[in-house]
Design a protein around this ligand. Structure first.
Ligand code: BG6
Ligand code: MG
Length: 218
C-alpha cells in the first residue's frame, strides 16, 4: 500500500503519561471508597475525561449531579497536571524520536491524534511541538474515539487519503477509531488487549520506515 501519513496517539504511545492518568483516576476512586484496577483502566484509555469519569463512577456504583461531575473531573485533572509538571524529553518512549525523524526524512507526513486536552502542554514539555505536521487534540474534536473524527481530521490536515494513513494507538477505543476511519491500525502494547489492530508492536525501539513499508507490503 501507499503510505502518505502516520498518525500517533500521545498518551501511552509517544510518552508514558497513561500511567499518570491511571494514578489520578485511582486516587479519585480510592477517595470515593473503591479500588480501581489496571484492567478497569483499559476501558478509560483513549476516551475523553468526562466519559472516563462516567465509567469510573459506574464501576464504583456512585452517582453524582452534573455540577459534581464537572467539579470531580476538574479535581482529577488538577492531580494529573500536577503529576506531569515534571515530565521532560527523557520520558519520550524509546525509539519514538528516531522513528518520527525517519518518517520525515522519507517525506511521510506525521500527525498527532490525541483525545487529551492537555496534549499541547505535554508536547511543549517533551519538546515535540514543532515536529508534527498536524496536531489534533481533545480541544478540536466533537466526537471521542472510537468515532473516527479525530483521525479523519488528521488525514485532512495532512492532505492524506484515509486509505493511505497508518495509526499508532495503545487504546482499544483508538484502534476501533482507526479501523472506523478505514486506516491501517497498529497497536502499541499487548496483542491480547489490542486484538482488533491490524498489527501489534511492543514499542518503537526497532521501528523504521523501511520496516513499516515491508510489513505493509504483504
Ligand atoms: C487520552 C487518554 O489520550 O486522553 C485518556 O488515553 C484520557 O486516558 C484522555 O482520559 C483525556 O485526557 P485529558 O488530558 O483531556 O483529561
Ligand atoms: Mg493512548
Amino acid at each position: 500500500m501507499k503510505i502518505s501519513a502516520c498518525i500517533f496517539d500521545l498518551d501511552g504511545v509517544i510518552v508514558d503519561t497513561a500511567k499518570y492518568h491511571y494514578l489520578a483516576w485511582r486516587r479519585l476512586a480510592r477517595e470515593m471508597g473503591f479500588d480501581f484496577s489496571p484492567e478497569h483502566n483499559e476501558q478509560l484509555k483513549g476516551i475523553s475525561r468526562m466519559q472516563s469519569l462516567e465509567i469510573l463512577l459506574q464501576i464504583g456504583g456512585i452517582s453524582l449531579t452534573d455540577a459534581e461531575m464537572i467539579d470531580t473531573a476538574q479535581r482529577k485533572n488538577a492531580w494529573y497536571v500536577d503529576y506531569i509538571t515534571t515530565i521532560t524529553p527523557d520520558e519520550i518512549l524509546p525509539g519514538v524520536v528516531n522513528f518520527l525523524n525517519d518518517l520525515k526524512k522519507n517525506h511521510i507526513k506525521i500527525a498527532l491524534g490525541s483525545a487529551s486536552k492537555n496534549a499541547g502542554l505535554i508536547l511543549q514539555r517533551i519538546e515535540l511541538k514543532d515536529i508534527f505536521d498536524a496536531v489534533i487534540d481533545g480541544n478540536k474534536i466533537t466526537k471521542a474515539k472510537p468515532d473516527p473524527e479525530i483521525f479523519l481530521m488528521a488525514a485532512q490536515e495532512t492532505a492524506a487519503k484515509s486509505s493511505e494513513c497508518v495509526v499508532f494507538e495503545d487504546a482499544q477505543a483508538g484502534i476501533e477509531a482507526a479501523n472506523n476511519a478505514g486506516m491501517v491500525s497498529i497497536g502499541v502494547g499487548d496483542p491480547e488487549t489490542l486484538e482488533q489492530a491490524d498489527l501489534v508492536i511492543s514499542g518503537f525501539s526497532n521501528m523504521s520506515w523501511k520496516l513499516l513499508k515491508e510489513w505493509l507490503s504483504h
